[in-house]
Write a protein of this length. Structure first.
Length: 139
């Protein structure tokens, strides 16, 4: 069994932003030379997410609207976490809803996706550098 590890770095331009990272994960898979196994992709920051869904702009708009409804950024004074001087309590909650990581099967050297599936990095407290861990295990 082989193992591969790489960190990918992102700097989202907005406070909430979704980045399709499928091509970066495919590049990691190619570098790993692993043909059968699993890839784990997880956000290494508590205010970011990795998730799988469709790469469709209307859906991404709807996610942002829905997440802001569930955990609005303003007023920042409405969250006890922000009493520490932070202003990102909403980002922690949005991450909890969207999830920390994804695991995808690797078959014949390819990501074993269903129709329309893509991997996304979700940022909820953006405009600074953050990382994603890619761990691939298999043969």
């Amino acid at each position: 069994m082989k193992s591969y590890r790489k960190e990918l770095w992102f700097n989202a331009p907005d406070r909430m932003h979704f980045t399709n990272i499928t091509s970066e994960i495919r590049s990691c898979l190619d570098e790993s030379n692993i043909k059968e196994g699993f890839v784990l992709v997880n956000a290494m920051h508590i205010t970011a997410s990795v998730f799988i869904n469709d790469d469709e702009s209307g859906l991404h708009h709807d996610y942002k609207k829905w997440l802001e409804h569930l955990a609005p950024h303003e007023p920042v004074s409405g969250y006890r976490h922000n009493d520490t001087g932070e202003d990102n309590a909403d980002a922690h909650m949005k991450r909890q809803v969207m999830g920390r990581e994804v695991v995808v099967a690797i078959t014949n050297g390819q990501l074993d996706f269903g129709p329309w599936e893509q991997i996304f990095y979700g940022e909820f407290d953006g405009r600074r550098k953050k990382r994603v861990l890619v761990k691939i295990i298999g043969d």
